[in-house]
Design a protein around this ligand. Structure first.
Ligand SMILES: Nc1ncnc2c1ncn2[C@@H]1O[C@H](COP(=O)(O)OP(=O)(O)OP(=O)(O)O)[C@@H](O)[C@H]1O
Ligand SMILES: [Mg+2]
Length: 477
């Protein structure tokens, strides 16, 4: 028996039949309510929830068939089991055509009844589970889950709510870990398709030979190992959204098929001849340099234009300034409560360290760094020593010219360079401001002013973990 199952509604004008049905069901611990007419049943359905209705076809006033019609209209998710007289197979067929889940010809064995009811109970539980899951994925994909107040993120959130409502194909370009998948999910959640399936395929994770059949399905015997027909993910996504992640890794022949699919939603399964059609909204993403891929003939230019109806470019984390801290605090809240730890804050020195790193792995890297720090932290505040040694990363990038991706201006690039240089010097001098200023041949005031301008927080001399002094007046020299 399934817990918290609402009752079965039994509708029969014969008292004995009502009684024996109720007893058979109650013996199996199904909650039951019974009424003698369709009119009473409709009244009750208005007020209460039932997981199924069992009705006789012939009732005193309104017939069971009419009741079935009304239920299909007003409560389409409530299955109806029709009881028909043995002599009326035609009516039984009609009932199925009108949407009854099943019928039982009288007289029937209790097992037949219980079998039909058990199927409906399972179906009810599945529906419930499905809607719970859908709700959870939707919540995880809400646009409000995209954290950040930097202008490009605010604008991106705004664009997601506008574009989400359209049917437009979307291309999301950005470095690894910048939140492309998050954007795709939020677009689906903002659309009228939000209650429909959201199917995600990672084109890089599926071997090239299998990707076509994964996308468009295959017929039985289409290739060795195709033992039976398989529906494509595009069919699964019908009326919903399909997200093709890492589309830059798709082979050229499959790109041609995708192009055709994008034109009018038509496709054929591998090894099939029938042209099928679905209504699917497509969102694609890649972290590859798509222009370079087109130039090198790895990506079809016509497909790029077809995908590129609306383009999103989640910026690299290093270009989001103080959002780094907002995100760190957001992840901190999540991990701290998941791990049941009382880490609530991030120390000033740790903040500075976070702000000065250049985050090649973007938000994903930050998320991992905070997770690690929460595991290691024993106090109520993340300390700089529990963050990784970003110096290793800085050394890895030492001597490299910054890449001019994502449309950074010269000022921004110089800012990044200046920030990294100051941080390295601070670390060498154990965050002693006077020594750092001396090494950089600046006055202490000038150093503090620059740090303030670069969104770096200043700490008190020589004290790695002391409260920050930002907020005090800072004068340029
Ligand atoms: N603005 C944001 N707010 C909150 N969480 C974010 C944000 N951006 C990214 N994340 C989180 O960072 C992680 C990486 O994001 P996501 O998987 O969307 O990146 P991606 O661009 O698809 O990366 P890849 O190219 O490697 O697939 C996820 O856990 C995601 O939830
Ligand atoms: Mg991704």
């Amino acid at each position: 028996m399934i817990a918290n199952l609402p009752p079965v509604l039994v509708v029969d004008d014969e008292k004995n039949m009502r009684l024996s049905l109720s007893t058979a069901l109650q013996d199996e611990r199904y909650p039951v309510k019974s009424v003698e007419s369709a009119e009473e049943a409709l009244e009750l359905l208005e007020r209460e929830k039932f997981f199924m209705v069992i009705t006789d076809g012939r009732l005193g006033g309104m017939s069971g068939y009419e009741l079935l019609e009304r239920i299909k209209k007003s409560w389409p998710d409530t299955p109806v089991l029709m009881l028909t007289a043995y002599a009326t197979p035609q009516l039984a067929k009609q009932a199925i055509l009108a949407g009854a889940i099943d019928y039982l010809s009288k007289p029937f064995e209790p097992e037949e009844l219980l079998h039909a009811v058990a199927r409906c109970a399972e179906r009810y539980q599945l529906l419930l589970e499905n809607s719970r899951l859908r709700k959870r994925t939707q919540e995880a994909n809400e646009v409000s889950q995209i954290i950040g107040e930097s202008p490009r993120i605010v604008e991106m959130r705004h664009l997601i709510t506008t574009v989400g409502q359209s049917h437009a194909t979307v291309l999301i370009l950005g470095e690894s870990g910048t939140g492309k998948e998050l954007v795709a999910g939020a677009l689906h959640s903002c659309s009228a398709r939000r209650e429909k399936p959201y199917v995600r395929i990672n084109c890089a994770a599926i071997p090239e030979a299998l990707l076509e059949s994964e996308l468009f399905g295959h017929e039985k015997g289409a290739f060795t190992g195709a033992m039976r027909q398989k529906l494509g993910r595009v069919e699964e996504a019908d009326a919903g959204t399909i997200f093709l992640d890492e589309i830059g890794d798709m082979s050229r022949p499959l790109q041609a098929k995708l192009l055709r699919f994008l034109e009018d939603g038509s496709f054929t399964r591998v090894g099939g001849n029938e042209e099928l059609r679905v209504d699917v909204r497509l969102i694609a993403a890649t972290n590859r340099d798509i222009v370079l891929a087109i130039r090198e003939h790895q990506f079809r230019e016509d497909l790029f234009h077809r995908l590129n109806v609306v383009q999103f470019n989640p910026p690299p984390l290093r270009e989001r300034g103080p959002d780094i801290i907002l995100l760190a605090e957001y992840f901190l809240r999540g991990f701290s409560s998941a791990m049941n730890k009382g880490v609530r804050k991030i120390s000033t020195a740790a903040r500075q360290k976070l702000l000065s790193h250049n985050w090649p792995g973007n938000v994903r890297e930050l998320r991992n760094v905070i997770e690690r720090a929460v595991i290691l932290e024993n106090s109520g505040e993340i300390q700089a020593r529990n963050l990784p040694d970003f110096g290793v990363d800085a050394r890895l990038h030492k001597g490299e010219l910054p890449t001019i991706a994502g449309g950074q201006s010269l000022d921004e690039l110089v800012g990044d360079f200046e920030r990294n240089l100051i941080l390295q010097t601070l670390e060498q001098n154990l965050h002693n401001l006077t020594k750092t200023a001396e090494q950089l041949k600046l006055s202490r005031h000038a150093l503090r002013y620059r740090m303030h301008r670069l969104n770096m927080q200043t700490v008190t001399e020589g004290d790695d973990e002391s409260p920050h002094t930002a907020g005090k007046e800072i004068h340029p020299c």
